[in-house]
Design a protein around this ligand. Structure first.
Ligand code: BEZ
Ligand code: FE
Length: 277
């Protein structure tokens, strides 16, 4: 196969994938090549522009390490993470909606008794969080495993502080026999996603801000139910309609109520979807 030109190269590349053993891989690669080539044709991509693209991806790779994941950020700001979440989390009405996972979850966060304070030194206004975990038919989900993480009052997660080597403002719990949960933490605040790298440059070039509305992250697991990855947002946040990563769902917005002692209270009841057979 020689003398390929702008009209024949796409078919030639696709033909090279014809022998791929995994049909799903073949389907995805075929579509990816088709769309990439169509994109290059549509914008009449110059060699200089594509080299800039390669440089951008290279910078994403160089800045990524155990504490920083620029490719997740890229997927998030392009809406690809939320599109994937939306396509894969159709649930019956009444079930809690899913949203973006984000790059700041840490496997193996400390396990606490209900009522514990997960701040563990993180700075912020004290906040009590409580509610229930139920199934779609209203049944309690006793012992549901609840994994929660959030930023501090500076808008930074523990893993973003180079000097912090232990878990702060994150932890796991088991719901009680009635599906109830409660724990202490700190008030969630709006924060800017990391924008000192290539993804930040992309946002700037697009005239976009890097802010996310205040939220708490939850991942809830229970036998017989689909795992739920979601947030609870603050109803008084200025960024609810312009989240940098497109993650806001109205059903996930709650009132965080100031208390007489200066602390806050937020209540949120989760509804899990039974596992599909
Ligand atoms: C987060 O909420 O932790 C997050 C999500 C997407 C990108 C950056 C941060
Ligand atoms: Fe977050």
């Amino acid at each position: 196969m020689r003398n390929l030109d702008r009209n024949t190269i796409t078919e030639a590349v696709l033909a090279r994938h014809a022998a791929a053993a995994d049909p799903r891989f073949k389907h995805i690669m075929t579509s990816l090549v088709n769309h990439l080539h169509a994109f290059a044709r549509e914008v009449e991509l110059t060699e200089e522009e594509w080299f800039k693209g390669i440089e951008f991806l290279t910078r994403c790779g160089h800045i990524t390490d155990d504490r920083r994941q620029e490719f997740i950020l890229l997927s998030d700001v392009l809406g690809l993470s939320m599109l994937t979440v939306a396509m894969n989390n159709d649930k019956p009405a009444g079930c809690t909606e899913a949203t973006v996972f984000g790059p700041f979850h840490v496997e193996g966060a400390p396990h606490y008794e209900l009522g514990a304070d997960i701040a563990n030194g993180a700075r912020g206004i004290p906040c009590l969080v409580r509610g229930t975990v139920r199934g779609a038919a209203g049944e309690a989900v006793p012992g549901a495993h609840i994994d929660v993480w959030q930023s501090d009052e500076e808008g930074l997660y523990d893993v973003q502080h180079a000097e912090i080597d232990h878990a702060q403002a994150r932890g796991t719990f088991n719901a009680d026999a009635k599906g109830g949960y409660h724990f202490r933490s700190i008030l969630a605040v709006p924060y800017a996603i990391p924008h000192d790298g290539p993804v930040g440059d992309l946002l700037k070039a697009a005239g976009r801000h890097p802010w996310r509305p205040a939220h708490l992250h939850f991942m809830i697991k229970a036998e017989g139910y689909e795992t739920l990855i979601t947030h609870v947002f603050r109803s008084d946040d200025a960024y609810l309609d312009s989240d940098a990563v497109f993650g806001v769902r109205q059903s996930l917005v709650a009132d965080w109520k100031p208390q007489p002692d200066g602390s806050y209270l937020v209540e949120y009841d989760f509804v899990l979807n039974p596992s599909r057979p």
